[in-house]
Design a protein around this ligand. Sequence first.
Ligand code: NAP
Length: 526
Amino acid sequence: MRLYVGFMTYLTVSILAKDEISFEPKVQAAKEQGAEAIEIRTDSLTSPSPEVTAKLVAMAKKKELPVIVTCRDKAEGGVAELGQSLRLSILREAIVAGAEFVDIEYENFKHPDVQSVLRAMLEQYPSTQLIISRHNFTGPFEDIKLIYESILAVYPEAIPKIVYKARHINDCFAAFDLLSEADCPVIAFAMGLAGQVSRILAKKFGAFLTFASLDDESASAPGQISVRQMKTIYRWDNLNAQTEIFGLIGNPVGHSLGPTLYNACFDSNDVNAVYVPFLVEGEKLEFNAFLKNVSGRSHMGFGGFSVTIPHKTHALDYANQHGEYVDNLAEAIGAVNTLKVGFNGILSAYNTDYAGAMDALASVMAGDRHDLHAMKVAVIGAGGAARAVVAGLVDVGARVTIYNRTVQKARSLAKEFRCRAAGIDELPQTDAQITINCTSLGMHPNVETCPVPEGVLNADMTVFDTVYNPLETKLLKNAKAAGATIVNGAEMYIRQAMAQYKIFIGDEPNEDQMRQIVCEKLQLNS
Ligand code: NAP
């Protein structure tokens, strides 16, 4: 058996070109963007042949990129219907031309004629290694370990490649388990959006390679992300077996600021960690299954999670049943936005939304949350954000009135937190010193809407809008014009993220860096 000492995880770009002319700039771009290997998908060529293959391999070698040559069978996702003998002669030529790897489907390799030719070639050209692959485009394999073993049984020197469609993020754990347990190089990841995280974490789990696209649009498979994102957002160059895993659990998670924000902070604080989006579709059942998967794999280095819609209440329930610790305010708010995974895999649960809101307010006032004691505050809205804000305000002894469109909701929230309730139409009668918008009014794309009527705002008031997209809402513009002190939603976001980072890492993040990243991103989005 061949020894694979110190192999790296190749960040690989799969190139599907029609001919040599269109191939060349793609290889160049892959090299420039930082790809560490390329796959030549010869089945995408308009006229695939051994001769063209040899030229493409030579072009790639000139760029000093390791090459995988694949002529994918149409039955396993290939572009064109090509005969077995043509596909085999392309792989033979690739070996002669010096490709470092050739990839053949397990089903085809089992064919005695194919196998004898390839075995002889690989013996003659020992610098080429064989990747034997299995794909399932509709769902996960029943027993991925068995497939791994059956590949090695037919050719022990092979690098097994096992790729399947994730129907849910929970399907990724089979690939993580295989990668963690395998004692030889193996490629295993899940396709589709639900499998995206398995491509990012491939290096952490020691996969032989993972695929990334040349740009955000040219992905050759669903769930694939670009080399640029791998390198600049997901810290590709820093990932290793010791990297701790953090991420955002929610649905959707695609537009979160979290990966950019936390990964930049890990970078500047020199923390060996990565923050990724965990798209957890479904409800409590699927969420619980995800956390069970995490808790049962304490050796994998999951460090903690931000939790967002629709799982904040599921996280509280889970932590109450299976957790080690639940923060009092998270319990009072009825929602958890932060989970910390202990060394034993057991979770602790917190809510940093309230801390974010309180710290944002305190920053423009005297500077301490407790200075909000006895202040009259109008909270507009009675949803999730309002719950966190009201819980925080009541905790420091502020005098809160909740104004909501659906007055019944305001009343029931007020009853829970022992404060006052009113309809949103009663806002003009408020004598509040602080007004806080916790509705979605004013949020992109409805930027012209405003929850507070004209005449309510004045120069003695502090106005805080939890909406952060756009950064300056219509409410804040009006408040500024009335001479009020204003606090934007980004401040709350930044401060809840700072509190969360501290729970995750145990250290303070760089506040200026966080503010700069959040404001830059939000300005770009607005
Ligand atoms: P939610 O639970 O769905 O609650 C939405 C609230 O907005 C409800 O009180 C709802 O009133 C009210 N509302 C919605 N449309 C309205 C309209 N046309 N007129 C009057 N009231 C309306 O949402 P949430 O989780 O609390 O989030 C609310 C906002 O908070 C979000 O849009 C987000 O921008 C902001 N937020 C910011 C941060 C941060 O870190 N800065 C964190 C979390 C949330 P009804 O009860 O009558 O439906």
